[in-house]
Design a protein around this ligand. Structure first.
Ligand SMILES: C[S@@+](CC[C@H](N)C(=O)[O-])C[C@H]1O[C@@H](n2cnc3c(N)ncnc32)[C@H](O)[C@@H]1O
Length: 417
């Protein structure tokens, strides 16, 4: 057990630890608390060469992106109001219902902001051994520390950052609401079925260690842990980590919160009410895990923090491999960390998030055909492979616009030598 990880089973909230003196995976010492087994541990986030001050600034920046949601959202509506005010009077009269609708949008944004306040509440204490108050002093609750964060970095957010908060709301729908059921069925269920089938003869499921890199808000690792497997989700986005911390560690029952995930989706609405659909979350109690479950979330870049060879029986990836600038790094890491006889289960498209279409980063964008050859060249055996698997990602069910992916699904085995 790592003495630096804090566990207090008498308190509802679990602390999160950052382990930055080495890059190994932190142990979950909260696993004895059946009520709330989830602990998001920050593992190896601070890697060699990463400036501590930059990391701290990034943390504050994300806090302020969340905090900018309301002001950006309301400014967007104000701009429309101003334009409407400039229109001919007889046009303005025809827009009475639209004006009323925008008023409701403002109320939805204000309501959503209350959820955001809960997400960033106590966030300075997210990682146990990194002090994220702006002045380096300890920060209790939402008090002075958060105020200091707010004032120091208030000017640094943009509307692009605010869009990222809207994306988090969509991710929340996908992972933790009834409305996300179909997406989870197409994207998570094939993975869960495969893991269940492959490890069905293991008497002790907890001896099967499953890693989920790029875990988003943690629903897939939660579902894997719920089936009795030991599971760790990994994420490097603080947007995701702040929000998964809120869900996994602070939501103590199902349907306890309501939000308006599409409040700022102004396009492709058939009915005005669609933009203001109220959605409840979480659809399941995140504390509802078997006794002595081994479930954790680890923060950090997948290829930097998972360096221990042959440590995992299974790696499962959903909508993840195309986040790599160089996908061979991911394949190589998965090959190295899997035990012989272990499997890699993957589903998703090849959108290539770092391609010039979406970013300024360098990137390679090989087809699945080429990726397949590379996977085999490492020594993997394909034991299952399907193309054209219909799947959706954070789709607004009411929108006139829909993206359907024809994903690839595969299971690769690392053979015994
Ligand atoms: C497209 S999302 C998919 C999320 C989730 N797996 C799902 O299917 O809903 C990809 C996720 O991978 C995370 N990610 C990307 N590169 C990563 C890396 N190198 N290490 C850890 N997480 C990463 C992103 O922050 C993002 O949350």
């Amino acid at each position: 057990m790592d003495p630096r990880l804090k566990s207090d089973v008498n308190h509802a909230n679990h602390s999160i630890a950052a382990k930055h003196t080495d890059e190994s995976v932190a142990e979950d010492n909260c696993h004895k608390n059946h009520k709330n087994l989830n602990k998001v541990s920050q593992v190896g986030r601070r890697v060699r060469g990463v400036d501590e001050q930059q990391e701290r600034q990034h943390f504050y920046h994300i806090v302020n992106c969340f905090r900018s949601y309301q002001i950006n959202g309301l400014s967007r509506v104000s701009k429309t109001y101003r334009y409407m005010d400039s229109l001919p009077e007889h046009h303005q009269k025809l827009l009475t219902n639209y004006r009323n609708h925008l008023q409701n949008v403002c109320e939805a944004i204000e309501h959503n902001y209350k959820i955001i306040e809960l997400i960033v509440e106590d966030i300075s204490n997210l990682f146990e051994n990194i002090d994220y108050t702006s002045d380096g002093q300890s920060c209790e609750g939402v008090g002075d520390g958060d105020q200091a964060l707010k004032s120091q970095f208030l000017k640094s957010y943009t509307s692009v950052d605010s869009d990222k908060v809207n994306s988090i709301f969509k991710q929340l729908v996908r992972e933790w609401t009834d409305q996300g059921f179909n997406e989870r069925k197409t994207c998570f269920e094939p993975i869960l079925t495969e893991i269940d089938t492959y490890f069905k003869d293991w008497k002790d499921k907890s001896a099967v260690h499953v890693l989920v890199p790029g875990a988003g808000l943690g629903r897939l690792p939660f579902e894997i842990a719920k089936r009795g497997f030991s599971c760790q989700g990994n994420e490097y986005s603080l947007f995701m980590l702040f929000t998964s911390n809120f869900i996994l560690n602070k939501c103590k029952d199902r349907y306890i919160h309501t939000f308006y995930p599409w409040a700022q989706h102004y396009t492709n609405n058939v009915r005005s009410a669609d933009q203001l659909t109220a959605v409840r979350f979480p659809d399941i109690n995140p504390g509802d895990l078997p006794t002595n479950s081994d479930f954790s979330m680890a923060a950090g870049n997948f290829i930097e923090i998972y360096t221990e060879v042959e440590a995992w029986e299974c790696v499962s990836t959903t909508f993840f491999i195309d986040t790599a600038p160089n996908v061979i790094d991911y394949i190589e890491t998965i090959w190295n960390i899997l035990k012989p006889g272990g499997i890699w289960v993957n589903i998703g498209p090849l959108l290539w998030h770092n391609s010039p279409e979406f970013s300024d980063n360098d990137s390679i964008e090989p087809s699945f055909e080429i990726i397949r050859e590379i996977i085999i060249s490492f020594g993997f055996e394909f034991i299952k492979e399907e193309t054209n698997v219909s799947s959706y990602y954070t789709q607004n069910p009411h929108s006139m616009l829909a993206y359907e992916y024809h994903s690839v699904f595969f299971v690769c085995k690392k053979p015994f030598l």
